[in-house]
Write a protein that binds this ligand. Structure first.
Ligand code: G4P
Length: 548
């Protein structure tokens, strides 16, 4: 009897495990986690909104607030605070489309917040890049693409604003290849442009989509298998048809057949054309996206690569939002689930702190709301209320002491010394600086000599944000003094002795970052080059994460 009960238990245990594995695999197959990136004003917010409309996540246009901080709002602090509020709400937008669960991660458009964007990109599996057909590839797009390339993130391009007189589509494709250093493969092709814009031909679906401005409903395309089909002339006019046939001929001759594996490897970017504001080309983009975009992918950790189908939960923190309510020091940490199932109320292992933490307070981001959730699957983003335990880059597991890699700090571009203007508030300043740095607002470098504190940022606006928030949230007053620094270089050497010698000889320029890693603060490009030549045994890195 006892044996039979034991056997039944075993069988039951086996069945439960099999059911869990199946559920896990199904949930993973359903998920697409991605970010939309663009140079400001290319149409990221507009496209996001249209995608949410398709997902039924919002009911009307205008519901998505732009998370960009416009130039005229530079000194408007209320505006910045408001934007911070909006960006919590719109940081992650989850919605269902057909059988797919889509997690769209918003990235700040303003270039001064680029570091936040870089970090968000560590939590996605692919990106959609929006390019303005009038302006082509812009500076911010180039920088963002560099970050995608570091991780071989698959990129899909949406060339927007075809209702405007833009540049020649072939020229745009050449520019993407050249400036973004990635091969392209058009999957749709525009017919005319600006006033003469008639629609797009989907090379992937072999269908024609006719353009009517300001569409609220989306019609299915007209199936046209053969580009020579006479019907085309009737639909778009003979001249347009002739041009389209010539273009398609050229495309088929110049670009290799679209190969999904090349896209998934981050080597080829499929390209779509459309007009987000007119809701044109967006559905085709979304339909193709859910078909070809990667499901949650395996990720590297310090010990090994973890695959999403592993039964045990693991994930990492990629973003922290703090002090939304000045009365409470509350923070929301954004966790990307990488493997297994996250369950609210469970204890998970906090690898950096080597301790177990209970997560009773977890929220999911659905459309523009946050709702409490009981479970989350690989690819999902969970918002965790935190009292100061979590930092960007932290890993949570079910016990394994390994840490997700690939969430580096990049060298900032502008550096200023923090000067305390109120000695009575030193403690508050320390605390405020520490918290803001943990939130990833900027990077703090502490000099070995004299303990001088230097803040490094990507864009000058961050200094104003820091000064304002230190005063507002910590009652600390600071001033910033410009520093003559070109780059922060993380240093290492195979020879500990050579490293010590280098530190001794360059003591005035050595600092440590937030994790205590050694950094050489180079004053100029030329000087850095000279130092590199003079110290061949020292390695200089422009990101905090490197392998020796
Ligand atoms: P961003 O998030 O990338 O910064 O861009 P956003 O969507 O805010 O779009 C920037 C501007 O471009 C907006 O105009 C938007 O309406 C417009 N836009 C977006 N898609 C298209 C398109 O397909 N065609 C045309 N012609 N314009 C487009 P705005 O005047 O700055 O703002 P708004 O007052 O229209 O909201």
């Amino acid at each position: 009897m006892a044996f039979r009960t034991f056997a039944a238990c075993l069988r039951w245990g086996g069945e439960a495990a099999a059911a869990y594995t199946m559920a896990l695999e199904q949930e993973i197959a359903k998920r697409r986690t991605f970010g939309i990136i663009s140079h400001p004003d290319a149409g990221k917010t507009t496209l996001t909104e249209k995608l949410l409309l398709f997902g039924g996540a919002i009911q009307k246009a205008g519901a998505v607030k732009s998370s960009k901080i416009k130039d005229h709002a530079r000194s408007d602090w209320m505006e910045i605070e408001k934007q911070r509020g909006i960006s919590v709400a719109t940081s992650v937008m989850g919605f269902h489309y057909h059988d797919t669960k889509i997690n769209l991660l918003d990235t700040p458009g303003h270039q001064d917040f680029a570091e936040d964007t870089y970090r968000t990109l560590t939590a996605v599996d692919s990106v959609i890049m929006v390019i303005d057909c009038v302006k082509g590839v812009e500076t911010q797009t180039e920088k963002l693409m560099d970050v995608c390339r570091m991780r071989n993130t698959p990129v899909l391009c949406f060339i927007n604003k075809l209702d405007r007189e833009g540049r020649d589509p072939f020229e745009l494709l050449d520019e993407i290849e050249e400036k973004l250093n990635i091969h392209v493969r058009p999957l749709s092709w525009p017919i005319g442009m600006g006033k003469g814009f008639r629609g797009v031909y989907s090379l992937y679906e072999k269908s024609l989509h006719l353009f009517t401005p300001s569409k609220t409903t989306v019609e299915e395309g007209i199936k046209i298998e053969n580009i020579q089909d006479e019907q085309i002339g009737n639909l778009i006019g003979e001249n347009n048809a002739r041009q389209l046939r010539a273009d398609v001929d050229l495309i088929e001759g110049v670009y290799p057949e679209f190969d999904v594996s090349e896209y998934l490897a981050g080597r080829v970017a499929p390209v779509f054309f459309g007009s987000a504001v007119n809701n044109f080309g967006v559905k085709e983009l979304l339909d193709t996206f859910i078909r070809i975009a990667p499901v949650p992918l395996p990720r590297a950790t310090t010990l090994r690569t973890i695959v999403p189908t592993e039964k045990k939960f693991s994930g990492f923190i990629f973003k922290i939002h703090a002090n939304m309510d000045p009365k409470h020091r509350n923070r929301i940490a954004f966790l990307r689930v990488c493997s297994g199932k996250f369950e609210r109320g469970s204890n998970y292992y906090h690898v950096r702190q080597e301790k177990s933490l209970r997560f009773s307070n977890a929220t999911a981001f659905m459309a523009q709301d946050r709702e409490t959730i009981d479970e989350a699957w690989p690819g999902d983003i969970v918002g965790i209320f935190d009292t100061g335990n979590l930092k960007i880059g932290d890993t949570l597991t079910e016990g394994e002491a390994t840490t997700y890699t690939g969430i580096p700090s990049f060298s900032p571009e502008i550096f200023k010394e923090v000067v305390n203007k109120d000695a009575m508030k030193t403690k508050q300043l320390e605390k405020g600086l520490q918290q803001l740095m943990e939130e990833g607002v900027a990077q703090l470098f502490t000099y070995e000599l004299g303990k001088k504190k230097v803040v490094g940022v990507v864009g000058a606006l961050q200094f104003e944000v820091i000064q304002f928030r230190l005063k507002n949230e910590y009652n600390a007053t600071v001033e910033f003094v410009s520093q003559n620094i070109y780059k922060a270089c993380w240093i290492s050497s195979k020879s500990p002795q050579k490293l010590q010698e280098f530190i001794a000889s360059k003591q005035r320029h050595i600092a440590t970052d937030k994790d205590g890693k050694l950094v050489f603060m180079a004053e100029s490009k030329a000087w850095l080059q000279m130092v590199q030549d003079n110290f061949p045994d020292i390695e200089f890195h422009f990101t905090s994460e490197f392998t020796d």
